[in-house]
Write a protein that binds this ligand. Sequence first.
Ligand code: AVJ
Length: 320
Amino acid sequence: MKPGLDWHQPHPSAESEQFAADLHAALSSAPKAISPKYFYDEAGSKLFEQICELPEYYPTRTELALLQTHAADMVRHFGPQVQLVEYGAGALRKVRLLLDAMPRDGVQFVPVDISGPHLLAACDGLAGDYPGLAIQPLVADFTRPHTLPLCAEGTRRVGFFPGSSIGNFTPAEADAFLRLAAGELAGGGLLIGIDVVKDHDVLHAAYNDAAGVTAAFNLNVLRRAQCELGAEFPSDGFEHLAFYNPAYQRIEMHLRATRPLELRLGDEVYLFNEGETLHTEHSHKYTVAGFQALAQRAGFTPGKVWADKNGWFAVLWLEA
Ligand code: AVJ
């Protein structure tokens, strides 16, 4: 029995079962690697919100400023009648800046998210602030085939994928997603935020903040395994590791074993050598031209680009 954790009631939801299955697979593979989606339980989502406020973490505030400054110019590309599809809707904070620049009766908003309760709560909040706005949430994994609500005659479908979330995909996964999006957005377009390749020290600092919030966010996936799945390992057995890997143009996050150790999950025991890691995330960076080429291969025609004066973050319009 782990002291302090014995009062945790196990809650074997479908999501926990998936987490357990994926964690077993992650720990059995070589090298060990798990999807970053498991960062985002309630505690992890709160930590991510704190990351967005960190002085070192420039992407969120840079993209928000671009949306604030250029929303009117961005929505000009959408057309008068729009079905606006947000992929991975989250808190629905950024889309408000677009909605504020659009005629309320010209838009049907379709936020797509895998987490139903979270999505519906966010939609309630949005509906309160935007009375009269047509909102049609879709609970789905947008990387898999899904069916969007029908688009009326004369209405263009426009995708919105902010936050550089696409950076979590490998280039092959990004290609697959962009092809799917180009298909369902045909005749409309995609407005997407990407984090741009830059000075390595700036990138490094953004994922190694002085306050240690990113470390806590990374370690949260194992804390979650402890609380939710009863995983056992030494509490000081893992440390945060984040670095820029120029060969792949990406930040990699890992949890590194501080010494040889055992991690017990269910009936299995997994061994870590000292320094061995569980790879938890990659965050790909692109040049604007590189991303446009990727999008073009997937079926889009690159259009206008909005970037901050440092060129650290870019929002791209892609015609579908
Ligand atoms: C949500 C994937 C865009 O890659 O910068 C922040 C997640 N990870 N700090 C990113 C994240 C560590 C973030 N994305």
